[in-house]
Every structure is written in C-alpha cells, then in structure tokens.
Design a protein around this ligand. Structure first.
Ligand code: GLU
Length: 550
C-alpha cells in the first residue's frame, strides 16, 4: 500500500505540514514548573458545579505556578450545541473569579495559540490526519451503519468483545483500488486509527491524582474524523492540547477508559503526553449510600442554583476549597484575614474518589462567610440579589440604604458575630419586619398564655416605655414588669424549676418581640426598637393590644 498516495487521495486540499504548525505554535516561554491548562467545555448550555470545581482546580494550578489558563470551546457536536452557551459559561465562572488568560471570551477570542473553537480548527486537524495516513497509522473506513450493526450482532453471537478491531476491522488492510472505487462513488467514510494495541496487554500509567493505574491497551481502531470531516473529541483534544502547549489536563474521570487510546494517539502523533489530573465526580449521600450528583434529581448540581438561592460567591468558593483540600479549614482559622484565594492550594491533596457534596456544610460555611462581612457589603449583596429575584423588596431596600445597612449592622463585628444568614434569600424573612409591608401583623402569641396576661405585659411595657433609656435601663424595666406579674427575672432559677412561676422574663420579651417584629426570634430587641424608632415601636405594641382586645 502506498500510504502517501492514499493520504493525497483523501486530503488533496491539505498542503500544510505538521512541522509548519509546530513552528506556528512554538513552546511557550514560561518558567519551568509553570502549568498551562485549560477548560474545554462542550457548549451544551448547562453549567454545573463540576465545571466550577474543575475551573477552580485549573485556575489555581495555572495561576499559582505563574502559568496560563485558557478556554477552548469543544463545539464539534453541533447537534448538542445551545446558542449562547459559551457566554453563559464564561459569565458563570467569572462570577466566581475564574477568568481566563486566553482563549474564547465575551469580546472575541484572544491569544497566540488559537483559534480556540474546534469548529474553526478543521484545517489543522486535517494536517495531522493526512500525516497519520501517510505514515500508515490511519485509514478510511466505508462501513455503513447497517454493516456495523451486523458486526455487533455477530460479535454478540460469538461472545467476543464488541468493536472495530482485528479481523473485524474490515477496511484496515483493503487495497488502494477498493478505496478509490468507493471514493469514486462518493461513498461517505470515517478516518480510523490503526491500533497496534492488544486487549490482553496491560501497562501502568501515573495520574497525578489517582496515582499509578494499571490499564489495558486499546485494540480498537477508533474513529478520528467523522464522515463530515469533523474530529472526535479524542483526536481533537490530542491535537489541540499539543499545539496549545497544554502541560496539564484537568478533566472528569469519565475519560479514564479512553486514556489508553489517548496515550497511543499522542505517541502516534509524536506529541509529548501532558500530565493528567482525572477528577472524580461530585457525590452526595442518598440515604445511607453515596451516589453521583445527578442533573435530573439534584437541582444543586446546576451552578445557577447557587445564585438563585443567594449564596455569596465567596461562600461557594470557600466551600469548594474545603472539599478540595482538607487542610483548608485549618489554614483559614490560622489566617482569618486572608481570602481563600491566598490559600496555597495543592492538587496533590485532591481526593481521588471525588468529593462528597454536603449541603448542610455549605450552609454552615456560608453563615460563617456572611458573618465576617461588613454591614455595607451585606447590604450591597442583598440589594443586588433582591433586585434580581424580588424587585419589590429590592425597591423597599433601595429607598433608604442607610436604614437597611444599619439593620444588617445589628450583631455584626466583634468576636462573636451573629450568624443569622446563610443565603441572601434569607434576608427578607430575617429582617423584612423592619418594613411595615413585610411585617406579620397577625403573628400568633405563645398559646400557653392567656390574651389577658399578654395584654397586661404589653400595656405594662408601654406605661413605662421611655425611648431615651439605654439598653440596661430598658431591660431593667422589662425585668421589673415580669416580676410585677409574678414571673421570674432569674433565668437560672427558672430553668431549674419552671413550674414554680407562671413564666419568666424571657416570655415577657417574647410577647414584645412578637408584637414588634412579628416573630418569636429576632436580633436584639432593644436595638431593633432603636432602629424602628419610638413612634413605630409604640404603634406596633398598640396594634398588638388592639388585636388582643378584638
Ligand atoms: N469537552 C470535554 C467535556 O466537556 C472536555 C474534556 C476535557 O477537558 O478534555 O467533557
């Protein structure tokens, strides 16, 4: 077989050579140890938490080492492509601080190693395809769908491995004349790799996260180019990662079964193999067993979920860091003033099996993150969230930013800041009562007390209420009121023997709290009343009294 003649026959339009491409995309001038890595999403429109995890790992690896992170769009499957998906992905990742040094971007693609969209790289793939054919390492296959289906049936009947290999590889060694005859009739063909591997041989491979793996050689003559000339993922990523001078490939471990083929392909193409970091899928507990997060069952897999729930960007980022590096939390405790981006992230500490996603833990992390923010920052983020998801509430906040900021300042700062909020969505239920339209004017009082008792407490409160009192004087009056009603002001004694009194000062506070905030739990009531002001505070207690009278 004259392989060079075959290559010319299949790819007459290709005049460039691999050598020319090597020169066009020279090795990058970076210090040794600099990681060049990429995200290579298929633009399907669904951005999931796994994309963010991969993004954070890649971004840290690249930027902590003084390397490069680029974005390549793997758009070879036009059927699955969703318009606008690349923009959605870029924006979603940018929200979490993952920005790319080169590649596809919102304002056009940039960088010296492009194009960065695979459909624009067809000519480049064909240069390598032609080269492989001319060296006898790839060949055209004219099998129809029916022929392949029949082959599969026969393999099933004979109980042998499925696939296009060995004697099943019908076009592997066909003479040039047969190929010419098919081409003359315009028969569609795919380009296949000529595998020299054997399914009975194994070899060892070192993944940076999974460690040493023993894998079986690939013996299948896999497809490199589909019948429309578009490459498969396998072929395209090999060519791209080589020419884009990728040093590390961070990707999901669903690609591990293809790895033996990828290694063959890099060898056949004469490319140096990048280092691989195969990351496990995100798992969750379902009852007593672990399973992968699923697009169908778990809304928390979608990245949009976190924005819609109102998780601050920093909380999600921080939580992912706790998942990725088990020493992160200790580091954070030791360095409370630093940002999670200052943490010396290490891919060596990644869990080979994949991280266990724990929503309760995320809420906890988020509460901590929010508790360390300034009131101004909380206000700004709640405002932005409300504007997007609850515009009416957004407008209410916006009317008086100082008021809203003062509300968020309650219990903030100091050694033990309050941890009321885990998400911005919780802001309205937490502090909506500061706005008359969101106050629950019919909130129930504790049912074990008679309306009479509650009335006595509320009117007793109003009779001594002096807006000029400081917190101590204010509370002194509440205690005196409790005692005047036969309730105890001594919580310690009360807890030891609750039956000895009709109630305690805490119950009196609850009556006031329900009247003033519409809730049984709220931040410090004295401060709440300071912010509401004497008129509104008094009016609320009066409204409760008239409701109790009614
Ligand atoms: N386009 C592939 C995917 O979305 C990329 C895998 C890779 O990063 O190499 O799964």
């Amino acid at each position: 077989m004259d392989h060079v003649a075959l290559a010319q026959l299949l790819f007459p339009q290709v005049t460039q050579t691999p050598q020319a491409l090597e020169e066009q995309y020279p090795p990058r001038a970076l210090p040794s140890g600099a990681v060049v890595t990429r995200m290579a999403p298929s633009p399907t429109g669904f951005v999931h938490l796994g994309n963010l995890v991969q993004g954070i790992i890649s971004e840290r690896m690249a930027h902590q080492s003084g390397g490069v992170l680029f974005l390549r769009v793997e758009d070879t499957d036009a059927k699955r492509e969703v318009p606008g998906a690349v923009e959605v992905l870029i924006e979603a990742l940018a929200h979490y601080g993952i920005t790319f040094d080169e590649g596809a971007s919102l304002t056009g693609d940039r960088g010296a190693y492009g194009p960065y969209r695979q459909r624009q790289r067809a000519e480049i793939y064909h240069v390598y395809a032609k080269d492989l054919v001319s060296r006898g390492l790839a060949y055209p296959c004219f099998c129809t769908e029916e022929e392949l289906a029949q082959m599969r049936q026969r393999q099933e009947a004979e109980k042998v491995n499925f696939g296009y290999y060995g004697q099943w590889a019908l076009w592997r060694d066909r003479p040039l004349a047969d190929i010419q005859a098919q081409l003359a009739q315009n028969r569609p063909w795919v380009l296949r790799f000529r595998s020299t591997g054997s399914s009975t041989r194994q070899f060892k491979f070192n993944d940076l996260v999974k460690g040493e793996l023993t894998v079986t050689e690939n013996d299948i003559d896999q497809v490199l180019l589909k019948s429309d000339g578009i490459p498969t993922y396998h072929f395209a990523h090999a060519v791209d990662d080589h020419l884009m001078r990728t040093t590390h490939v961070v990707r999901g471990d669903e690609w591990l079964p293809s790895l033996p083929f990828h290694i063959q392909l890099f060898q056949a193409l004469g490319f140096r193999l990048p280092k691989y970091v195969h990351i496990g899928p995100l798992m969750k507990m379902d009852g007593n067993s672990k399973r992968k997060l699923s697009k169908r069952k778990d809304p928390e897999l979608a990245l949009t979920y976190y924005q819609a729930q109102g998780f601050p960007e920093k909380a999600v980022y921080t939580y992912i860091m706790t998942l990725l590096n088990s020493n992160f939390e200790d580091w954070q405790r030791a360095n409370p003033g630093l940002s999670p981006r200052d943490f010396p992230f290490s891919w060596k500490k990644l869990n080979p099996a994949g991280a266990l996603f724990d929503y309760a833990k995320l809420l906890d992390v988020s509460k901590n993150v929010i508790s360390t923010m300034s009131a101004g920052e909380v206000y700004a983020q709640v405002q932005a969230y409300a504007n997007a998801y609850d515009p009416e509430f957004g407008a209410a906040l916006e009317k008086d930013p100082d008021y809203a900021t003062a509300i968020f300042a309650i219990g903030r700062g100091g050694k033990k800041p309050r941890k009321d909020l885990a998400t911005w969505q919780e802001a309205k239920p937490y502090m909506g009562f500061f706005y008359d339209q969101y106050m629950d004017w019919n909130a129930p009082f504790p049912a074990q007390f008679s309306p009479e008792t509650i009335r006595t407490a509320l009117s007793g409160f109003l009779s001594t209420y002096d807006p000029g009192d400081d917190a101590t004087a204010w509370f002194g009056k509440v205690k005196a009121l409790a005692e005047s009603m036969g309730f105890t002001a001594n919580m310690k004694l009360y807890k030891q023997d609750p039956g000895a009194w009709p109630g305690s000062v805490a119950d009196i506070s609850t009556f006031l709290r329900v009247a003033i905030t519409g809730k049984t739990a709220s931040p410090d009531l004295y401060t709440v009343m300071q912010l509401l002001g004497p008129e509104r505070s008094r009016a609320r207690v009066e409204a409760a009294l008239s409701r109790l009278n009614g």
